[in-house]
Design a binder for this molecule. Structure first.
Ligand code: PGA
Length: 250
């Protein structure tokens, strides 16, 4: 049974003071709502320690938005998997489309990061998705399957249960334009089939697939009804506790 995961991606928003004020408000709402879904906040590195303390004992999970694939070394500005383990993060986003576009993330680096995160017991949230021009050309399956095959190379069935794949069509991120339920259904079923062909049917059925791209309180219910969707990766609407709780507990 796959547990629904609603992960907030704060991107480069919120100071520590703002993060703590969100945490205070969200903790209370989360408890009162009796939420069944697992909720996670993927925060900037500098907010992780403070949030770890603030979420202690609440069941709210913590995620980073990136990681380096080496243990340590002369990599100015980077953060290693061991440093994230020390803080106690549960998840780490890998290869978000903004990192692929602006920071040179490739399928090769994504693959190295996945191996390292699994080695450290952190669940990766691997982002895949096509650009508008590829969707318009009917190439979305080709693009997504190319990403999955390269990003997941060398991983085995034993990794599937703690792997999360977020399908985020790039044209739906921060644009207010959500993919239709039919589009999400079709590509997420395709992702499941691809995962089953990589890991085997039993393991492929265990990994969680999230949809991301302009998820809001008003559209989460129809997204969660889709068979192969096990949750959402939420950008803008995760920044306000009162909005995010309506997605965690529609
Ligand atoms: P959005 O972002 O919800 O603001 O569209 C989603 C994401 O980039 O993960």
């Amino acid at each position: 049974m796959r547990k629904t995961l609603i992960a907030g991606n704060w991107k480069m928003f919120k100071t520590t003071a703002e993060a703590l004020s969100f945490a205070e408000a969200f903790k209370k709402l989360y408890k009162d709502a009796g939420a069944e879904a697992e909720a996670a906040i993927c925060a900037p590195f500098t907010q992780l320690s403070a949030l770890k303390g603030a979420f202690a004992g609440t069941g709210i999970k913590l995620g980073a938005q990136n990681v380096h694939f080496e243990e340590q070394g002369a990599f100015t500005g980077e953060v290693s998997p061991g440093m994230l383990v020390e803080i106690g993060v549960d998840y780490t986003i890998v290869a978000h489309s903004e990192r692929r576009e602006y920071f040179g993330e490739t399928d090769e680096t994504a693959n190295k990061k996945l191996h390292k995160l699994f080695g450290h017991g952190i669940s990766p949230i691997l982002c895949v998705g096509e650009k508008l021009e590829h969707r318009d050309a009917g190439m979305e399956q080709e693009i997504v399957s190319g990403q999955l095959r390269k990003d997941l190379e060398g991983l085995g069935a034993g990794h599937a249960a703690s792997l999360v794949i977020a399908y985020e069509p790039i044209w739906a991120i921060g644009t207010g334009r959500t993919a239709t339920p039919e589009q999400v259904d079709s590509i997420c079923a395709f992702i499941r089939r691809t995962a089953c062909s990589i890991f085997g049917d039993e393991a492929g059925a265990q990994l969680r697939i999230l949809y991301g791209g302009s998820v809001k309180p008003g559209n989460i219910a129809e997204i969660l009804e889709i068979e192969d969707v096990d949750g959402a990766l939420v950008g803008g609407a995760s920044l306000v506790a009162e909005d995010f709780i309506k997605i965690v507990r529609p």
